[in-house]
Design a protein around this ligand. Sequence first.
Ligand code: SAM
Length: 297
Amino acid sequence: MQTVPCKFPVFFMSDSLENALYIVSTPIGNLDDITFRAVSVLKNVDLIGAEDTRHSRILLDHYGIDTRMFSLHDHNEQDKKNYIVDQIRQGHSVALISDAGTPLISDPGYHVASYCRELGIRVIPVPGPSAVISALSASGLPTDKFVFGGFLPVKEKALADELQQLVCEVKTYVYYESPRRILDTVRAIVHVLGAERRLVIAREMTKTFESFYDLNAGEMLAYLEEDANRLKGEFVVMIAGCCKKNDGIPAEALNLLKILNEHLPLKTSAAICAEFFHLSKNELYRQGLEEQSSRGD
Ligand code: SAM
């Protein structure tokens, strides 16, 4: 039989794995969302470090994986990193998994992965699901540039400070949020970024009650307050970039300029607004004059 040369590199999954640290992504809900390679690696490594071994047992049993597990979580990661390095140096292969999605993405694994790299041990990604990418990919929001902010701060002042940075931001910002905090977070968004800012919230992705809420912040708050069932589950909050109007001046800055100018001279209003939003005073002043003349002042 003639063999056809293949122009793409072909990788075969083999039973023997290189002694290395494998960072393996697992499902974020639907157990079918795991790659063939992830299953193969988890079956063939010598050890699996899991965030919660009882939780991961369900996944491993589902795929008939009986590899030995040990627990690796935020509170023991520093202690366990030497154990992992010793295992790999003795010729074993070790995989890391978290409760859901990709380890290290708002999950344990950073200290181990960076320590292995420091010591010249290979760290091999086995890619798959992650809530941040899943949410963005289906949000309908611009994805050419985005920032992942992990979990938002809980304290009111720190939360407001974080959101304040987004006032003039044009990139899409993505945050993880818990059911306990989702309402307060949306309230803070309305307060700091205004009721008009577009939000997309991805809830319970890949699970029975998967839903995407796509509303402006004011409507989102009312929608969530209306029905307690809408607050259940796991959430990814995506904040659209601000809409720049008129020579790149964000709508929020123009709104503030308008409000200030109802009480103060335009020159002072433009100066305050420029300082607040880090914008050009002259440009704001010019916009203010245009606004006044369009109103016939
Ligand atoms: N490492 C994970 C990843 O790669 O996505 C994230 C772990 S972090 C501790 C858990 C947070 O991810 C949840 O609080 C929620 O914000 C988000 N998340 C995880 N699974 C989700 C899902 N199925 N739907 C919506 N958000 C999810």
